[in-house]
Design a binder for this molecule. Structure first.
Ligand code: NCD
Length: 317
């Protein structure tokens, strides 16, 4: 695993939550909470990233993650440039590293990268100059660290301590970077119990997610849980023949109001989006009183501000 910290112990890259200590996660969440605002409230701003230039390099589609990294950078006073990878020289065969060296020569200090290929993030981080930080905006099925942090922040805001919660992750866990980062953050914060629920074909291999209870029906798995995290079927990472039929999937694994009634009465419903209504979640549940899905989006900006500030912030500003 790539070293994510500088020799003085401060965070330089954020590629995975796997090796982050509890105190490091707590500090990021605390800072994110400082920046968090409800929908409709004026967003906070600061100058802590004045003079810092950030590149968003996304080679897979993204709406929320890209926009919220961009807003987060701007709200801290940074310059943010979205690089259209399809239009850039990578489409002409320039290697990822040549693109990166070009950005480095243009004085970019933070590279925010989303890529479908496992290992690209660590490869880039191993080759950049000392003043450059690399942040993952989603790496293959492996990791989506800022999503994990925003999920933890959302649970904390609604439920208080993570340590008291029973959390269920539901659906295509096998192909989900969101599930892996959620698992890592909830494990680090010592959640009371973690459950994985899904059809056997979409469950991760036995050695992954140690310490979780596994269920193959929602009826069983949701009993008494405090947090229900729904996932999209990652069709782009599954062979066509293995993609479940959507009607059948909804009939067995869709989160309906009746199934949600099995959970704790105060349970919250989460989804990283994009959502497929009528596939993994019923529309009335997605929009219902227990849903915190839109708050997750708002928290994405706050978490990304905290992470950008941690890796590149000028604390004197
Ligand atoms: C997710 C992703 O790209 O991993 N979206 C997001 O960042 N909120 C989830 C998904 O695509 O299913």
């Amino acid at each position: 695993m790539i070293e994510q910290r500088r020799p003085n112990g401060s965070l330089r890259h954020l590629i995975t939550l796997e090796d982050l200590r509890r105190d490091e996660i707590e500090a990021l969440l605390q800072r994110a909470q400082h920046y968090a605002r409800g929908v409709g409230q004026a967003p906070p701003g600061s100058e802590r990233l004045r003079g810092v230039t950030i590149a968003n390099l996304f080679t897979e589609p993204s709406t929320r993650t890209r926009v919220s990294f961009e807003l987060a950078g701007r709200r801290l006073g940074a310059e943010v440039v979205n690089i259209e990878v399809q239009l850039s020289s990578r489409a002409k065969g320039e290697s990822m590293l040549d693109t990166i060296y070009t950005l480095q020569a243009l004085h970019f200090a933070v590279l925010v990268i989303r890529d479908a290929e496992p290992g690209v993030l660590a490869h880039v981080a191993a080759h950049v100059a000392a003043h450059v930080s690399v942040l993952s905006a989603g790496e293959a099925h492996l990791s989506h660290p800022t999503q994990g942090l925003l999920d933890a922040l959302t649970v904390r805001q609604h439920k208080g301590s993570i340590a008291a919660q029973c959390i269920a992750i539901v659906g295509d866990i096998r192909h989900s970077r969101v599930a892996r980062s959620a698992y890592q953050v909830f494990r680090a914060l010592e959640a009371r119990s973690l459950r994985l629920i899904g059809p056997p074909t979409l469950m991760p291999p036995a050695h992954e997610f140690p310490g979780c209870e596994r269920f193959d029906t929602l009826e069983e798995g949701l009993a008494g849980v405090d947090v229900v995290m729904m996932l999209r079927i990652q069709k782009e990472r599954i062979a066509q023949s293995d993609i479940p039929d959507t009607e059948e999937y909804f009939a067995r694994y869709g989160l309906t109001a009746a199934r949600l009634a099995r959970a704790h009465p105060g349970a919250i419903v989460m989804h990283p989006q994009p959502m497929n209504r009528g596939v993994e979640i019923a529309s009335d549940v997605a929009d219902g009183p227990q849903s915190v899905i839109r708050e997750q989006v708002s928290n994405g900006v706050a978490v990304r501000m905290a992470v950008l500030e941690a890796v590149a912030g000028n604390m004197a500003a």
